[in-house]
Write a protein that binds this ligand. Structure first.
Ligand SMILES: [Zn+2]
Length: 241
């Protein structure tokens, strides 16, 4: 478990550096046009930074999120990377890894939460919220995958430990828990299919946390079951090459 935790912390530090480098000196031209309805401004200006705290267990850092301002309609937008959850301290890959560690069954809520440096009730909440939507989301992701790549192959490995399922009080919760690893696996397959379709190289070993990517994909296609941040705070920011 420790190596997973250390690897993710290292990767998140790297993601912060990559984002900040991209936001300062990278190509942001895709974000220049204003997305506001009825506004045809093609060139939004840089408009300072929003500092956001990011935490991974005992490690904490700030990341500067780039803001853009539209001179025509006056709207501002903060460009949030897909691995960072809007309004949340812990980034997507951290949450996803902790949830998968728990459903893997090697340890209960408290030891897993301790290893990831979060309160166990927070981990419990992450598991519960994802389990509630997991069955529906897997179906959506598989449908999207076949649309993106009709020849796509899915080699799904159910890795939920029986002991974890026994702790679930309802059949729905058991179903949801059993679908969590399938959700991350199908999301990863969909991400790779989209990258292939866009002519991008496979993400491979570099990739962690497909759920953050998935939430943006579904939001962009108007199918994320949660609330939408469209037009207010965040739009998908492509990973730097
Ligand atoms: Zn505008």
């Amino acid at each position: 478990m420790l190596s997973t935790v250390n690897e993710i912390v290292a990767r998140i530090k790297q993601l912060i550096e990559e984002y900040e480098h991209w936001a300062r000196q990278g190509d942001i031209s895709a974000h220049r046009p204003c997305p506001a309805e009825g506004c045809d401004c093609r060139f939004r200006h840089r408009h300072g930074w929003v500092l956001r705290d990011v935490a991974c267990g005992g490690w904490e850092a700030s990341i500067g999120l780039l803001r853009l301002f539209c001179p025509q309609c006056g709207a501002t937008e903060t460009l949030c990377p897909e691995w960072l959850r809007p309004h949340a301290l812990y980034p997507w890959p951290w949450q996803e890894a902790a949830v998968l560690e728990y459903v893997g069954g090697a340890a209960g809520y408290r030891p897993v939460a301790a290893a990831f440096g979060v309160d166990y009730t927070l981990l419990w909440g992450w598991v519960r919220r994802l389990a509630v939507v997991a069955v529906d989301l897997v179906a959506v992701v598989v449908r999207e995958l076949l649309e993106q790549d009709p020849a796509a192959r899915l080699d799904l490995v159910p890795v939920v430990h029986g002991a974890v399922l026994h702790k679930a009080r309802t059949p729905e919760k058991r179903q949801g828990l059993a679908h969590l690893p399938l959700l991350t696996q199908t999301a990863e397959t969909l991400r790779e299919a989209c990258r292939r379709r866009a002519g991008l190289p496979a993400d491979g070993a570099e990739s962690i946390g497909a759920l953050g990517w998935l939430s943006r994909y579904l939001e962009a296609h108007g199918i994320w079951p949660g609330r939408s941040h469209r037009g207010s705070h965040s739009r998908p920011v492509p990973a730097p090459p």
